[in-house]
Design a protein around this ligand. Structure first.
Ligand code: SAH
Length: 446
């Protein structure tokens, strides 16, 4: 029997869904964060249970050919979990993640190779930083792995380089004007989070400062501190409730219009602070291209775009369909969607605020039918009630865009057991160096 603190040398066999290496010690699985398949590693056991073990990586004895030099100095940060893997190997791993999830649900479809990026750096258009008190004063950064402690990280490789200067100025402003950082444990203090969003095509920047309190401290000094930076609009968001959600529901515009615009392909979009917008614009182009191809439109169809956000997919669909009905939970996003349709001169769309599972049932009972349905739910996937309505409505084609292979596989299993045939699954790498993978599935009515 092994014991905590014992040193072992083992062979790593594969990567788990969490990105940890896994080997075996006397047939018992041993998990080692940071170790890669094919590697021989030395570990110290940190957890010993009858049917699994955890080890801390002490030394890579034989490195995998897929191991690359670390491009990031912030090893404590909780992001970019599969960073040690060369990019092509990351893509292969993500294909395997999708395959595993589908296989676990008994779905035998071929998974296409993951569509990756040419240059997988500075790909994010959105950043969320937490604010905390530290011994050096107010600090701004990302969460440390498995915790809510902060790692200051002004030079994150997946973010825009502007953050270096921006975060330095915000830190100075907080310290000089004694802005009180939020204290999560006691639900006290003022400034909780800072969010940025950049329109890659427009070059416009939105900066959002989130406070627990109604007032943003040292507001005039903040605007002065930002002078000379290319920030298009500054928004104060008020979030008085405890909890992990980053944004509250109330916004005050401090400068600019309170929105930014961006262009995807040849369409222009207005984006407001509370609306969802894909975080990797380069790959969004690929993702939407696939969704559009899978929709197979001829111009005569009625299409439902469910979980439509600000109507991005809806507007691309609308140009190839007779009519598009978009449904989305967040009212601000639907306001954006309507403005976006108008802005792009697209008249054959209508948008509804509500839960997809409720709105689609209402429309169906009122006699509406879709020929093609596109769904793009959050990580938890679709509500069973929505899947049931889709089964009853039986559109010719269904396109399922998903950011979570497990919920995708679960919902696809449900649909394929009830009158749909799964034809293709195309993963797209929207989130390089992380464990996340996006996938688009095409189904047709049996
Ligand atoms: N298709 C869009 C948005 C996808 S993200 C795009 O590509 O940009 C998922 C969206 O679903 C978010 O905008 C979220 O607000 C919305 N949402 C979450 N739960 C929902 C529900 N039950 N019904 C409708 N929309 C929901």
């Amino acid at each position: 029997m092994s014991a905590v603190g014992e040193q072992q040398r083992i062979q790593i066999l594969e990567l788990t869904d969490k990105g940890d290496g896994i080997g075996r010690l006397d047939a018992v699985p041993l998990y080692v964060a940071g170790a890669l398949p094919g590697e021989e590693v030395e570990v110290t056991l940190t957890l010993v249970k009858p049917n699994y073990l955890h080890g801390r990586l002490d030394k890579v004895v034989t490195a995998s050919p897929d191991r690359i030099a670390d491009f990031c100095a912030h090893s404590e940060c909780g992001g970019c979990q599969v960073r040690p893997l060369a990019y092509p190997a990351q893509l292969e791993y993500k294909r395997e993640l999708v395959r595993r999830a589908l296989t676990q649900q008994g779905l035998g479809v071929e998974v296409e190779p993951v569509l990756g990026m040419q240059s997988p750096f500075a790909w994010r258009n959105k950043a969320q930083f937490a604010v905390r008190a530290t011994d050096e004063g107010a600090e701004i950064g990302f969460y440390r792995k498995h915790s809510h402690d902060l790692v200051a990280c002004d030079d994150c490789a997946v973010q825009d380089p502007l953050h270096g200067e921006l975060l330095a100025r915000l830190r100075r402003w907080m310290r000089e004007h004694e802005v009180h950082p939020y204290d999560e444990a006691h639900h006290e203090g003022d400034l909780r989070h800072v969010m940025t969003r950049k329109g890659f095509a427009s070059g416009e920047w939105m900066l959002v400062l989130v406070t627990r309190t109604e007032q943003l401290p040292a507001e005039a000094e903040l605007l002065a501190a930002l002078e000379g930076l290319p920030i298009t609009t500054v928004v104060h968001n008020i979030h008085p409730e405890p909890g992990n959600r980053v944004l509250g529901l109330t916004n005050r515009v401090l400068s600019g219009e309170g929105i930014i615009t961006d262009r995807l392909h040849d369409l222009e979009f207005v984006i407001s602070p509370l609306s969802f917008y894909q975080v990797n614009p380069v790959q969004t182009d690929m993702l939407y291209g696939k969704a559009l191809e899978f929709a197979g439109l001829t111009g005569s169809e009625t299409v439902f775009d469910l979980y439509c956000g600000i109507g991005t997919i809806s507007l691309f669909l609308a140009r190839q369909a007779a009519r598009v009905v978009g449904i989305e939970l967040v009212p601000e996003a639907i306001d954006d969607a309507r403005r976006n349709a108008e802005r792009n001169g697209i008249g054959n769309t209508e948008f509804h605020v509500g839960k997809a599972e409720e709105k689609v049932a209402e429309l169906y009972h009122a006699g509406e039918r879709a020929d093609v349905v596109v769904i793009d739910p959050p990580r938890k996937g679709c509500d069973k009630a929505l899947l049931d309505t889709l089964v009853a409505m039986a559109p010719e084609r269904l396109v399922y865009v998903s950011c979570h292979p497990q919920s995708l596989a679960r919902d696809l299993a449900w649909l394929t057991a009830r009158g749909f045939v799964l034809e293709a699954v195309q993963p797209v790498d929207m989130f390089p160096h992380t464990l996340h993978v996006e996938a688009v599935a095409r189904l047709r009515r049996a």
